[in-house]
Design a protein around this ligand. Structure first.
Ligand code: NAD
Ligand code: LMR
Length: 345
């Protein structure tokens, strides 16, 4: 289904004997939104899912009824806040995907999503509340956070889980897959090649300069000018969509594609017990902890318990080292902001 899926060359079809179960309950929180609906549609096609549980503050019963007519095996249920909807939506979930929140408008940065609205409506507050429900009713779930700013919402989720004594850093992911999808598409477009053969490693975080594409490691070669322009396009790809949507939102369809790919990879590792599944994702990481950066996106091998192995960034060109140097202080600030929010609210 996903042409861009990354698998190591040595372990493409190796399956572990310790596959945890045959199919999973996956909850989508924010399921009636711009990302939530197409993501849920794509997940309805995923045969690793036995129960697709949809939660939003509005419209979820309709979305669930609609999807439930698709003739794939999974059961679909929809919940709104009434009658303990959130509790029922997440209870027993193996994976919880969170695209709930406010998208950007032109002129805003992702960081602005943290504080421009009344506290109750900020993405920080939304994610905190959803993570609290996950901690209470699905403490073993794998949490894939899409809501922006990812650099801060992932630390918020982690802090909430810590407060409830159920934090396992192997099970909390910031979904940065869209950066990889874009990098592959933009690079192959420039060289007129098929993106399915172009995997670009992207590390760091998910906003502006914190998005660091490692184009020196991809199979294509670029002039210095191309490299700069391409790097900038990958870092600010989200702005292209925000601008084109002219105030009606940010990327939804490409994001749904990216999140479905990430969820599928996670399920192949945790449900099917497939080995060698590698996805880039923003996780608790030691790679730059000595610079005070506790979370960092890089290629991660996924296993039955979530993060199995975090790969280092590999050999960097001088230009990429400069990009990393610019990303680290910004990332540190974003992460600290998330942690502070979680501890003060
Ligand atoms: P949207 O406004 O279309 O949908 C958001 C949905 O969240 C709505 O249906 C809304 O009702 C719901 N919601 C709000 N509060 C909620 C709560 N407390 N509980 C459950 N649901 C709640 O927005 P969208 O375009 O789908 O974007 C959602 C988020 O994803 C934004 O924060 C956006 O910035 C982010 N995003 C991230 C990436 C990424 O690469 N990680 C890419 C695109 C968008
Ligand atoms: C994206 O990369 O498209 C998303 O993070 C949405 C945004 O605000 O740009």
């Amino acid at each position: 289904m996903f042409a861009l899926r990354q698998v190591t060359s040595t372990t493409k079809r190796a399956f572990s004997s310790s596959a945890v179960s045959q199919a999973a309950k996956v909850a989508v929180l924010g399921a009636a939104g711009g990302i939530g609906q197409p993501l849920s549609l794509l997940l309805k096609h995923n045969d690793s899912i036995s129960h697709l549980s949809l939660y939003d503050i509005v419209n979820t019963p309709g979305v669930a009824a609609d999807l439930s007519h698709i003739n794939t095996k999974s059961k679909v249920t929809g919940y709104v806040p009434a009658n303990d909807g959130l509790k029922h939506a997440v209870t027993g979930a193996d994976v919880i995907v969170i695209p709930a929140g406010v998208p950007r408008k032109p002129g805003m940065t992702r960081d602005d999503l943290f504080n421009v609205w009344l506290l109750i409506a900020t993405n920080a507050g939304i994610v905190r509340d959803l993570a609290t429900a996950a901690a209470q009713y699905a403490p073993k779930a794998h949490l894939a956070v899409i809501s922006n700013p990812v650099n801060s919402t992932v630390p918020i989720v982690s802090e909430v889980l810590k407060k409830h004594n159920v934090y396992d850093p192997r099970r909390v992911f910031g979904v940065t897959t869209l950066d990889i999808v874009r990098a592959s598409r933009f690079a192959s477009e420039l060289k007129d090649t098929d993106p399915k053969n172009v995997n670009v490693t992207v590390v760091g975080g998910h906003s502006g300069v914190t998005i660091v594409p490692l184009l020196s490691q991809c199979p294509l070669s670029f002039s210095d000018e191309e490299l700069k322009a391409l790097t900038h396009r990958i870092q600010f790809g989200g702005d292209e969509v925000v601008k084109a949507k002219a105030g009606t939102g940010s990327a939804t369809l490409s994001m749904a594609f990216a999140a479905a790919r990430f969820t599928d990879s996670l399920l192949r590792a945790i449900v099917k017990g497939e080995k060698g599944v590698i996805e880039p994702t923003f996780v608790k990481s030691d790679l730059y902890a000595s610079d005070g950066v506790e979370f960092f996106a890089s290629n991660v091998e996924l296993g039955p318990d979530g993060v199995k192995q975090i790969f280092p960034v590999g050999k960097l060109s001088d230009y990429e080292q400069e990009l990393i140097n610019a990303a680290l202080p910004e990332l540190k600030k974003n992460i600290e902001k998330g942690i502070k929010f979680a501890n003060e609210n």
